[in-house]
Design a protein around this ligand. Structure first.
Ligand code: PLP
Length: 714
């Protein structure tokens, strides 16, 4: 007995209290979530002009495309993720250029190779495709606006420092001389050593000491193109000192602190109080110092970064105009310049809503490139300045799509659907509850014989609703009675269990009835909340602190959905709880077309079958920000590439941290821990509390655990 049950259910359109769009909702469940979110007030459901006809005939099957629509796959997933006829998530790692993989089959085959869940699957073709799209967008914009310059991007290493990722980016970016951006000495080491293309840029950001600067200067002699970006007013003195002692200078860039407003989570990256960048007075003083030290000829680049995930393109335009003017001014002051670096911030549409909300952007990649190119051109033209080579440090936009985290559900809390049959001589309270349930199930939303005229409502909805409300009040009352009877010793534990089950069954029956009500029905608040009250907790074999830390740290939204059974109507609402013993270890915020919903439509897990969930678009920042909370370590990771004749290659396997490794990270010595336990078990053997065979088994478990990943075994 699932939530949907009834054969006749209209399809709804729901006019959101705050929004303007009328969105046809395919899942009845979502309707209630929207109502809950709309606040304490009441909400009117409107007819869907396009949707009603489809349902008019009665039962409407659930197809894979309904699943895709429900989880927004058809919006945020384009062009890499979609759904196949079998209801599995399909991956097209090369976008429209062909080739696809069944994600479920892939996971199955990887499991066969002993790569257990949770598993991070990196699709290197997607990474390459993102690079191509970025360059393609700039090439088109440059052609369209007749821009007399080039685009030459860099990847900010902080976004994903994994060796195979950076190596792959350097390799596949070679044809565009795609470079790297480093923000620390360790990242500089990565960039220096991996970036062997003499024409690619190596942008050196972050705080810099003397050694960092000297390293960059010397790297220029290795034939690299490091640009040391001045982020602080006092750095210019260190550059001057290092240059004079080495008798050579680096290419120099300046990061400007823009006054342009910004919005969103990273809005504080701009403005007077921003952490990085030179204010205009500092910038002018720096130019003078460079001139005095005879280093002005090495000033080549102007940089700004107004924060990650720019949601609103208007913010970027303002920043570009301001930076364009500063660039022109620097040229006028005698610096050769040549490069304008617009930083990161190119956003990702996590929920596919194309709005200026936190999980989305109101622009496309092409809009972004067009604005950068057009605005910079407009700034340079009146001054007769040669348009600079455009640099961007897009991290999120390059690295988000390529990795998919798949985890399994260990179980779901919630209400059993099985009702115990009536027993001989059952307590009156239980019989009352059974009668209430039967009454709810018997209510029909139209043509109610005794209710039609009560308040002159010709459709008869109102009485049906009233009767539902009444029945729910009864159920709650009887449940309360049952609880009291239990407290006083008149009901046993099994009877109490039966009472609770009957109450939940009533709740489910009402939820089903509500779905069958005609469009336009105003549903009382108390009943609106029932579907959410039925929600379950799905226990996930994962640590959000390790694998999706931004969901916890900054409330970031990622698309999360089952990767199979999409051709099956989800019958439950739920959220995820992770393995950690931390109440924050949960995923309870889900994308909802520009909004956030607290519960996700999920399936009843089938006994003996896995239920696999995918977290998508998490390729940027999550891995390195993840921590060892509760000593859950990194998950297994694989690099997958499409093979020429269909199928795939596994390019790299990166095994997750073992228990021994996470223990060592905390300075524990696994051998020493084992030895102590061996001694303890010897003592227990001596004192007769532990058999030798059990001691052996205990030691075997401990040794095996040390060698395994930190997650639960299937
Ligand atoms: C973090 C950062 C980036 C990357 O930003 P995205 O939003 O991921 O593109 C680029 N430049 C600088 C200076 C940064 O700090």
């Amino acid at each position: 007995m699932g939530l949907q049950g009834s054969g006749h259910r209209p399809r709804w359109a729901c006019r959101l209290a705050s929004g303007s769009a009328t969105v046809a909702l395919r899942a009845g469940l979502t309707r209630f979530q929207r109502q809950c979110r709309a606040g304490p007030g009441r909400m009117v459901l409107a007819d869907s002009p396009s949707g009603l006809a489809a349902d008019a005939g009665g039962a409407r099957d659930w197809s894979a495309s309904d699943g895709a629509a429900l989880y927004g796959l058809d919006r945020w997933g384009e062009p890499y993720f979609g759904v196949g006829a079998r209801g599995h998530v399909m991956v097209q790692p090369r976008g429209e250029r062909g080739g696809s993989l069944d994600l479920v089959e892939l996971v199955r085959e990887l499991q066969g190779r002993d790569l257990s869940l949770p598993l991070l699957i990196r699709f290197d073709d997607i990474l390459e495709d993102r690079l191509e799209r970025l360059h393609g967008a700039f090439e088109r914009a440059i052609a369209q606006y007749g821009y007399d310059g080039r685009y030459q991007g860099v990847f900010p290493v902080k976004c994903n420092q994994q060796r195979h990722v950076v190596e792959h980016l350097v390799d596949s970016g070679r044809r565009w001389h795609f470079g790297l951006e480093a923000g620390s000495k360790a990242e500089l080491l990565i960039a220096l050593s991996l970036l062997d293309d003499p024409q690619a840029l190596l942008i050196c950001n972050g705080y810099k000491d003397r050694r960092y600067i000297e390293t960059a200067i010397l790297a220029r002699r290795l034939g690299r193109q490091p640009v040391v970006v001045l982020e602080q007013a006092d750095e210019v003195e260190r550059i001057i000192a290092a240059s004079s002692s080495l008798g050579a200078a680096p290419f120099i860039g300046i990061r400007a602190k823009l006054s342009a407003r910004s919005t969103g989570r990273w809005g504080s990256s701009v403005g007077e109080r921003a952490k990085f960048g030179l204010s205009i007075p500092d910038l002018l003083a720096t130019v003078e110092r460079l001139r005095q030290a005879d280093l002005l000829d090495d000033l080549r680049l102007l940089h700004f970064h107004i924060g990650s995930q720019i949601n609103d393109i208007a913010v970027l335009k303002d920043a570009l105009q301001e930076a364009g003017q500063i660039y022109a001014e620097l040229t006028r002051l005698g610096a050769p310049m040549g490069f304008l670096d617009v930083g990161g911030g190119l956003g990702i549409d996590y929920d596919g809503s194309r709005t200026a909300t936190a999980a989305s952007t109101n622009y496309s990649l092409q809009n972004y490139a067009n604005d950068v190119v057009a605005t910079v051109r407009e700034c340079c033209e009146p001054h007769g300045i040669r348009p600079p080579t455009l640099v961007s440090e897009s991290g999120r936009a390059i690295a988000s799509h390529f990795s998919v985290l798949v985890f399994d559900v260990l179980g779901a809390s919630g209400r059993s659907n099985a009702l115990p049959p009536p027993a001989e001589g059952e307590a009156l309270i239980l019989r009352n509850l059974r009668d209430t349930l039967a009454a709810i199930e018997a209510i029909t939303s139209t043509g109610d014989p005794d209710g039609g005229g009560l308040d002159g409502d010709a459709t008869g909805e109102r009485p049906a609703l009233e009767r539902l409300q009444e029945a729910w009040n009864d159920a709650l009352k009887f449940k309360e009675d049952a609880l009291n009877a239990f407290r006083l010793g008149y009901l046993g534990l099994p009877e109490r269990a039966t009472a609770e089950r009957l109450t939940w069954a009533s709740c489910q029956a009402i939820a089903r009835q509500l779905e069958a009500l005609p469009a336009g029905t105003v549903i009382p608040q108390e009943l609106q909340a029932l579907p959410a009250a039925l929600a379950g907790t799905y226990y996930a074999n994962l640590s959000v602190f390790r694998s999706a830390p931004d969901t916890w740290a900054i409330d970031q939204l990622f698309p999360v959905l089952p990767i199979h059974r999409l051709d099956e109507r989800p019958t439950r609402l739920g959220s995820f709880a992770d393995l950690t013993c931390d109440s924050d270890g949960k995923i309870a915020r889900f994308i909802d077309r520009g909004q956030v919903k607290p519960l996700l439509e999920l399936h009843e897990p089938n006994a003996g079958e896995p239920y696999w969930i995918g977290l998508f678009l998490g390729g940027a920042y999550q891995e390195v920000m993840g921590n060892l909370h509760n000593l859950f370590g990194s998950t297994n990771a694989v690099h997958i590439r499409l093979a020429a004749g269909g199928g795939y290659h596994i390019d790299h396997v990166v095994r997750g941290d073992t228990n021994a490794e996470v223990l060592q990270a905390m300075e524990h010595d696994p051998d020493l821990l084992l030895e102590r336990l061996r001694l303890a078990s010897e003592q227990a053997i001596e004192s007769g509390t532990l058999a030798i065979s059990d001691a052996r088994r205990l030691m075997a478990h401990l040794r095996a655990s040390l060698e395994q990943t930190t997650y639960l075994e299937a």
